[in-house]
Design a binder for this molecule. Structure first.
Ligand code: 5GP
Ligand code: MG
Length: 176
């Protein structure tokens, strides 16, 4: 097995800082903005992104979580994700600009399920998507608005997103 470092600790920080600026530019600030991370990696990244937005704008952006439990049948080469629908949103999404955050975007099924779970709670004015890594292979017409790194992968490869004990992202590795 061969490993390639896609982003080191500094690279992850820079990517998140850039994404924070892109989110601010696209949304013209933080007014009405909420972050929703997808458990578990996406929640840690949403918290990091929230910290960056706070540093830049001096405003606390609410961070919530959605839990999309996946059931994969990798042996048969097909998989499906079933939303458990467990959302922990300490705010209403009604009329909000929701930025969904996840670590890796792959088929898009998790994001579709997450959008369902959010829309179940109310009607956001819009939903945007931020991911640290887009590894391709979409099954659905879903794309990210904000991407840390586009990493072409084969279906059998894996992206490892590492976090430290404080849930801070430390590196991104492509595992062949
Ligand atoms: P999708 O639903 O788009 O097929 O897969 C995305 C979800 O599965 C994300 O929540 C992500 O955490 C996880 N995932 C898919 N592929 C990878 C990968 O290569 N590495 C990691 N760390 N997570 C992945
Ligand atoms: Mg995940």
């Amino acid at each position: 097995a061969e490993n390639t470092v896609i982003l080191d600790g500094t690279g992850v920080k820079r990517a998140l800082t850039r994404i924070a600026h892109e989110v601010l530019e696209k949304n013209k600030g933080v007014e009405g903005l909420v972050l929703v991370g997808i458990r578990t990696g996406g929640v840690y990244l949403a918290q990091e992104l929230g910290d960056r937005l706070n540093e830049i704008e001096g405003v606390e952006v609410p961070v919530g979580a959605v839990d999309i439990t996946m059931y994969r049948d990798d042996i048969k080469g097909h998989h499906e994700h079933l939303p458990v629908g467990k959302t922990e949103l300490p705010f209403s999404v009604e009329g909000k600009r929701v930025v969904l955050v996840d670590d890796v975007l792959f088929t898009g099924r998790t994001i579709r399920a997450a959008m369902d779970a959010i829309i179940d709670q109310g009607r956001p004015s819009c939903i945007q998507l931020a991911v640290l890594v887009d590894r391709g292979h979409r099954d659905l017409p879903i794309r990210a608005d904000f991407v840390g790194r586009n990493v072409p992968t084969s279906r059998s490869e894996n992206i490892m997103v590492a976090f430290d004990a404080d849930n801070k992202p430390t590196e991104v590795i492509l595992q062949k």
